[in-house]
Design a protein around this ligand. Sequence first.
Ligand SMILES: [Zn+2]
Length: 350
Amino acid sequence: MRIGRGLKVGAAIFVMSPVALGLLIIIFLVMSADDEGGGGDRSELTSGGLRIGEGAVPPQYASLIEKAANDCDAGLSPALLAAQLMQESGFNPRAGSPAGAQGIAQFIPDTWAAEGFDANGDGKASVWDPEDAIPSQGRMMCKLMKSAKKHPNYRGSPSELALAGYNAGWFRVVQFEGVPPKHWAKGETYNYVRIIMANVPKLTAPDDSAAESDSASGWALPVKAPLGTPYHQRGGMWSSGYHTGIDFPVPVGTTIKTAGPGTVVSAGPGGPYGNQVIIRHSDGMYSQYAHLSSLTVSAGQKIKAGQKIGLSGATGNVSGPHLHMEIRNSPAYGTDIDPLRYLRQHGVTV
Ligand SMILES: [Zn+2]
């Protein structure tokens, strides 16, 4: 089932105005904080949960990376930036390359001249200074994420497309309508994206309480029902031009369970999505459940595999009762990835 035309209007506002989206997130935070009687869930959205220490993110760069990601209003993941730095320089601020790339984020001089800025305000934009290079990397990746989101038909998630743009230039992403293929440039960009994406979970802190149950066996469909409208079905009723999740047509009042263990980031009204729950998982990905009639969890709460989160409904803009579910790179609208592919990677048979 499709979300009604109202979503186009509602969601178009988010797309056109990142400030509005930011405000919405703040509203969620404030609302959740009120529900909880404290602001305990704030860190869920802003810290990004980097895994810090040997073999992971060096502690001296963690807050720079988190700030660079959180300054972006396009759903940029801190772990993605960290994995990129690991691949670019192994977190070495003095790194160089035969191609002339410099510093921890491996900018070539021309790119640094265009994208680098004096983030720490010491009067000099230095490619060798992580306090300038990491925020510049974040700003450039943020721009690339925004470009990527304008092309939902390209092959690759927004994060993958942004990485490809950083490595090969956005014009190459446009040329190939996605991540450049394996055979291009000896697979350099293809492998760059593949390696970084594979390292993102390794640089993401585990959800402490959920870590042990977060295995392939802990994942399942949120409801036992046939699939309705598939992911990426195209249509003018969606602001992005395509369906950003999958639908399960079920009667109002059907029990909805989490797809996997994690922490509730928000639980409450979500505009066109009606009553919704957004859960952050230990790999830094998020799942969203929309149009619910009632919620049985609240923000900040740890959720076990298979735990009930609410009852299905027809709240928000819908043409009939159903569960709409998304998998996202961030809590924000527009960062969706293919949910079935993600669920299958977690051992769900569907
Ligand atoms: Zn839907």
